[in-house]
Each structure stands twice: as structure tokens, then as C-alpha cells.
Design a protein. Structure first.
Length: 202
């Protein structure tokens, strides 16, 4: 896997956030904001892992986000991150029924995030995309299956095979791109909130 400088920077920021959150957790395990940052960092780091490692990392992120929601059930950032975690899980699942369950959970979390912060355009867009996600998943799975079955196709169809591969790859990168963007925004907002200067003394 080739890393661009931007990918490398995102990886460093996510790893730093993960380590910082882990340290902060030892000091205050009931900090929902910290747990949300930790879950978001794990989701970001999962993008750079093998499929099996990514699934473990996403499950760990869901666990951290669950903890945060037990502390503050209406924290919209956490609800939105949880929706992203379930969407990512669904796209990594080949079984359509399992994926549907994860997509439904994602939509529920996105809806709760929109309900908690109705003016947030990112949450609204995530909810809209979640409605289209099962269809995208089916297209992605069909393209992946076609790619596998055409692996031994004769060279006369190599152009068609390359086009299908490109479409499958483009779809995959589109989906993961939205997920990465969303997680990056949450991480950035979380870090920006944690570095707000104190108010001036009166």
C-alpha cells in the first residue's frame, strides 16, 4: 500500500490522538469526549490496516464509542462516529444480510445525531448517504465478484476487465474517502475544542 504525505500525516495525527486518549482514559475513564476522540482515532487508523486488523480496530472503536454513549447518550459527535463505525463495518462485510443490519444501525445513529444537532449539515449528509449505502454496497459486491471471476478471462476482454476494476476501485475509494473525511472532521473538531484558550480573567 502506497502512502502519500497526506496519508502519512493523517496516520501520525490519528496515532497521536489514540495514544493521548488512552493515557487520558487512565486519568478519567468517564470522559465521554476523550472516549469519542479515541473511537474516532481508531476508525481513522483502521483505514490503514489489513481487512482483519481493520475489523478488530473498528470493533474496538465501537466499544469506546459505546462507553462514551453510556456516559452521555445524547452526545451528537459520538452518535455520528458510531454511525460511521457501523457503515464501515457494513462495507467490509460481504454477507448482504449482515451488512443490512449494520447499515440500519448506522442510519439510526445518524438520525439520532441529526436529532441532537439539527443544524449540522455533515450529520444530515451522512443520513442521506446512509439511505443509499445498501445500494452502493450491492454494487461494490457485484463489482468485486465480477473482478474475481474475470481474473482468468482471455486478453480480448482485458479492457473491459480494466474498466470494471477501475469502477470497483473508484467506488471503494469514494466510500472510504467519505468515511475518512467524516472521521477527520470529527477528530479536528475534537482537537479544536480541547485547545480552546481559557477566558480572560475579570
Amino acid at each position: 500500500m502506497e502512502f502519500s504525505q497526506a496519508d502519512f500525516d493523517r496516520l501520525l495525527v490519528a496515532e497521536h490522538t489514540r495514544k493521548t486518549s488512552e493515557l487520558n482514559y487512565t486519568k478519567d475513564p468517564l470522559d465521554a469526549e476523550n472516549l469519542t476522540k479515541w473511537g474516532g482515532a481508531l476508525l481513522e487508523l483502521a483505514q490503514f490496516q489489513t481487512v482483519s486488523d481493520a475489523k478488530k480496530m473498528i470493533n474496538d472503536a465501537i466499544s469506546k464509542l459505546d462507553e462514551a454513549l453510556m456516559i452521555n447518550p445524547s452526545k451528537h459527535e459520538t452518535l455520528w462516529c458510531m454511525g460511521n463505525a457501523h457503515s464501515t463495518t457494513a462495507f467490509m462485510t460481504t454477507d448482504l444480510d449482515e451488512a443490512k443490519v449494520s447499515f440500519d444501525k448506522a442510519a439510526q445513529f445518524f438520525q439520532r445525531a441529526v436529532d441532537a444537532d439539527p443544524g449540522n449539515e455533515l450529520y444530515q449528509k451522512s443520513l442521506e448517504v446512509a439511505a443509499k449505502a445498501p445500494e452502493l454496497h450491492m454494487e461494490f459486491q457485484k463489482a468485486a465478484a465480477a473482478q474475481q471471476t474475470m481474473g482468468g478471462a482471455p486478453s480480448a476482454s482485458s479492457t473491459a476487465n480494466a474498466d470494471k476494476k477501475k469502477k470497483s476501485s473508484d467506488l471503494k475509494y469514494d466510500i472510504f474517502g467519505w468515511i475518512i473525511l467524516a472521521v477527520g472532521i470529527v477528530a479536528w473538531v475534537g482537537m479544536a475544542k480541547s485547545h480552546v484558550p481559557p477566558p480572560p480573567p475579570r
